[in-house]
Design a binder for this molecule. Sequence first.
Ligand SMILES: NC(=O)C1=CN([C@@H]2O[C@H](COP(=O)(O)OP(=O)(O)OC[C@H]3O[C@@H](n4cnc5c(N)ncnc54)[C@H](OP(=O)(O)O)[C@@H]3O)[C@@H](O)[C@H]2O)C=CC1
Ligand SMILES: Nc1nc(=O)c2c([nH]1)NC[C@@H]1CN(c3ccc(C(=O)N[C@@H](CCC(=O)O)C(=O)O)cc3)C=[N+]21
Length: 292
Amino acid sequence: MADIIDGKAFAASLRASIAAEVAALSFQPGLAVVLVGDDPASKVYVANKARQTVEVGMRSFEHRLPAETTQATLLALVQSLNADAAVHGILVQLPLPRHLDADAIIAAISPAKDVDGLTVTNAGLLANGLPGLVPCTPLGCILLLHDRLGGMTGLNAVVIGRSNLVGKPIAQLLLQQNCTVTIAHSKTRDLPTLCRGADILIAAVGRPEMIKGDWIKPGATVIDVGINRVPAAAPGKTKLVGDVAFAEAAGVAGIITPVPGGVGPMTIACLLRNTLTAAKRIESRATLVSEV
Ligand SMILES: NC(=O)C1=CN([C@@H]2O[C@H](COP(=O)(O)OP(=O)(O)OC[C@H]3O[C@@H](n4cnc5c(N)ncnc54)[C@H](OP(=O)(O)O)[C@@H]3O)[C@@H](O)[C@H]2O)C=CC1
Ligand SMILES: Nc1nc(=O)c2c([nH]1)NC[C@@H]1CN(c3ccc(C(=O)N[C@@H](CCC(=O)O)C(=O)O)cc3)C=[N+]21
């Protein structure tokens, strides 16, 4: 039976250290979250986020807009958040409704406030190994892996999923850790065989329990990023499951993250960490300017 990573506990200790740092600041960091419509995975995220933002001593600004919001309205909101001195971090929940151009919205976010690490500036800094804002979920995964494995040099890592939000930045971070990285996606041939070669397997697909126990190399470390809401046994009820068939996989893997209680809580803790990082950089720049 695999060792099950307690992401909830790890995230709680991370938040405690963030809260201590926030308490010592001379200003209050602020995080703005924009949710358009009601994507189910986004709703789970938003609910947990607002509470934890306040708990670490930051200000939370929530903007819930109807699914039929126009591109111009959303762009204007992002621009007003860019200009708002009380806001240090901006997160626009993805996916956006189909009639909106997500790339154009993301491009409008000031890179200094881009706590999701999605702008071309932050993605480019990450790809070049330079300091910027790193996407929260990938950062959370690496913190968990680092805690458990220490060094990862030479390990074979397979990342399933190639989104700008999760798959690609995780691959970049694993490469920085000297892993040999393979990125799989919906066009990959014979995914089970590819996965069986992985010392570290990261699933970021969005398909409930797609990765089976016999896809996993015995003793491997499995990180399940998927958040999927499926019907539960009781009629009318739902539950969250990951992209990995947990019960099967836990019998083969060496280390595994559960859903819920694995990567999800780490994502929020890392979002708060990024907001703190962004706030400190923005405020120190403001101080420098006011001194000249
Ligand atoms: N735990 C957390 O904190 C977070 C969880 N999530 C969850 O993680 C999952 C992934 O999110 P995200 O990256 O944004 O999702 P996307 O839908 O943007 O990307 C999914 C990726 O999975 C690939 N894929 C789809 N079907 C298959 C398949 N059958 N075999 C192999 N690859 C496949 C797609 O390939 P292709 O590119 O070819 O289409 C794509 O690259 C979702 O469940 C999401 O809710 C997301 C963010 C944070
Ligand atoms: N721009 C953008 N950035 C994101 O990072 C982003 C996004 N859009 N859209 C939606 C997905 C999904 N996502 C989650 C984060 C945490 C939990 C989370 O806290 N999960 C807990 C919840 C448990 C529960 O409430 O039952 C857990 O897994 O234990 C869930 C989902 C971030 N996403």
